[in-house]
Design a binder for this molecule. Structure first.
Ligand code: ADP
Length: 534
């Protein structure tokens, strides 16, 4: 063998960051508005203390250590510390329903639960139903009866812990999908998959991170590992800025104060931040690049950022893909393109970075051409794509390793992938498919529209016809006729919604996406005016 074969371990990420980028800061804004700073060096030392504390509490290699927490420095320490003692860090989404929380914590057989004081009511309510948990630990508050504290735990250790021996294929993280259909399923990340994903993410055509980057992941650490940002940032020593609350005002202030250059979040977060910026006159500070994903980024949002000179990385992925599946890169001839053409490109979900393979298939599983027209089920494979759900007894892929994403997409001749819908959200009208995503994104560009959702409602002749549910921007006017007129030249004629319904708000999932399943249920028996009038 001509080369050394060090395993690719999450511990090597923190060792590198602590050694090479020791002073680079990690900023945390806590739930009470206070702010603290540590550094990669301190996180490295505290991670060893955390690992020692877990061993002292009786944790063994492979044990699941759960967190119910927002983004902050202590949460980061627990990720790396757990990895170093061979633990599997299970990030639990606090916005799930009680039954889902109980289900996944019991399914994972978590032994420790670290949580933010803000979620104490959830823990108090559910702890009797969580028999596998031996230790409840408060991240950001002093110990109290029945609960120990992170600070006491860390302070009792000297930081000389030696990482346990690990294989790069050992599990290191666990995250459950939101369970849109059936029970949530656990995705088990490995050391190797996380490290390769991290190295990929820093690339210029992916997140474009470097030592001078200051990244504020708004996407929570419980949402697909905060899209891998806490791992990627360690490889180059970017400064990390965390906020434990996601109020637009606080995020905008933090962005300004800390000189944030990069940020990542779902579209709904940016909608709220734009509203705050418009009302307060706050600017973008040093923001250079935003990564938008989790659901399709609306055109109007992309245009707004681009007009401000900010690079928009439109990403597609899912919990099962660690999560980066594709990223909207600027092609080589970018500078020769006009603004509208550039925006057209960014509206699509982008290309797979090295490591991910993509294809679209028809109902008979036959691959479809990359012609920008054929639309089919999106499948992917690669070293950070799921093979098997946690505790499942069969693979989630076919024999060739293809994982079916549940999304419907086209692939353009230049390799750019475009999501047209989630398989279950497409509106089936007269045997043809209408993309709810395209309708929604066109609608958010109409004057006075803050948020839009397109759902199919029953129609005797066409099976389904689209209606648009619209939340108006505060203090503005929008009318059904105005919106339909705006859409006229933006979508095919037969895609035009049969009706526009104004609502006060739209329901969102635990990860901030529009909850289509609920809307479909709510509007299942909706009677179109054209039918009731007839
Ligand atoms: P969930 O939405 O169920 O909580 P995930 O966060 O794993 O779980 O969501 C993954 C799904 O989100 C993808 O399968 C896709 O439908 C949708 N998605 C993610 N990014 C995009 C994007 N840029 N455009 C359109 N849809 C997206």
């Amino acid at each position: 063998m001509g080369m050394q074969g060090q395993p690719l371990l999450v511990t090597s990420l923190i060792d590198h960051a602590a050694r090479e980028h020791s002073d680079r800061e990690i900023v945390s804004r806590w739930a009470d508005g206070s702010q603290t700073r540590t550094s990669w060096g301190e996180v490295g030392r505290d991670a060893r203390r955390f690992a020692a504390a877990m061993v002292r509490l009786g944790m063994n290699k492979g044990d699941r250590i759960a967190t119910l927490a927002m983004n902050h420095g202590h949460h980061l320490v627990s990720w790396y510390g757990s990895a170093g003692m061979g633990g599997v860090l299970h990030t639990v989404n606090p916005r799930l329903f009680d039954e889902q929380l109980v289900y996944i914590i019991n399914h994972a057989e978590d032994r420790v639960l670290l949580f933010d004081a803000a979620f104490l009511p959830i823990v108090e309510r559910l702890r009797d139903q969580l028999p596998t948990i031996d230790h409840f630990i408060l991240f950001d508050a002093p110990a109290r009866e029945g609960y120990s504290s992170y600070r006491d735990l860390i302070d009792a250790e000297d930081g000389n812990f030696q990482w346990v021996e690990l294989d790069e294929r050992d599990p290191v993280g666990l995250c459950y999908t939101s369970g849109t259909t059936g029970n949530p399923k656990g995705v088990l990340y490995e050391h190797r998959s996380n490290v390769i994903h991290a190295i990929t993410e820093i690339q210029p055509d992916v997140f474009g991170l470097s030592n001078r980057s200051v990244i504020m992941p708004i996407v929570p650490m419980f949402h697909a590992n905060s899209w891998g940002v806490p791992f990627a940032a360690a490889t180059v020593g970017s400064k990390l800025v965390f906020s434990a609350t996601n109020d637009a005002e606080g995020l905008c202030d933090l962005m300004q104060q800390e000189g944030v250059t990069h940020s990542a979040g779902v579209p709904t977060v940016w909608i709220a931040m734009f509203a705050h910026m418009d009302a307060s006159g706050t600017g973008y500070g040093k923001l250079e690049r935003v990564i938008i994903g989790g659901s399709a980024a609306p055109r109007a949002m992309i245009e707004r950022f681009m007009k401000a000179g900010i690079v928009v990385g439109h990403a597609w992925g899912m919990t099962e893909t660690s999560p980066i599946g594709t990223m909207g890169k600027r092609p080589w001839n970018w500078d020769d393109l006009g603004f509208d053409e550039q925006v057209d490109i960014v509206c699509r979900q982008g290309c797979p970075p090295f490591g991910v393979e993509l294809r679209i298939v028809d109902d008979a599983d036959q691959p479809l051409p990359r012609d920008g027209k054929s639309s089919g089920r999106l499948q992917c494979r690669g070293p950070w794509i799921i093979k098997r759900y946690f505790k499942a007894d069969s693979d989630a892929t076919d024999a060739d390793g293809w994982f079916d994403t549940g999304d419907v997409a086209v692939i353009h001749p230049d390799g750019v992938m475009q999501i047209t819908d989630r398989a279950k959200d497409v509106i089936k009208s007269g045997g043809e498919w209408i993309s709810s995503i395209e309708l929604e994104n066109a609608a958010v560009g109409a004057p006075g529209v803050q948020e839009a959702a397109a759902v199919g409602v029953y129609h005797p002749k066409w099976d389904e016809r689209p209606i648009l549910l619209i939340v108006k921007k505060p203090g503005t006017e929008a009318s059904e006729a105005g919106i339909l007129d705006y859409l006229k030249d933006k979508v095919a004629k037969w895609w035009l919604p049969d009706e526009v319904v104004f609502v006060d708000e739209l329901p969102h999932t635990a990860t901030g996406k529009i909850l289509k399943r609920q809307l479909r249920d709510d509007y299942k028996d909706y009677k179109l005016r054209s039918l009731t009038d007839a």
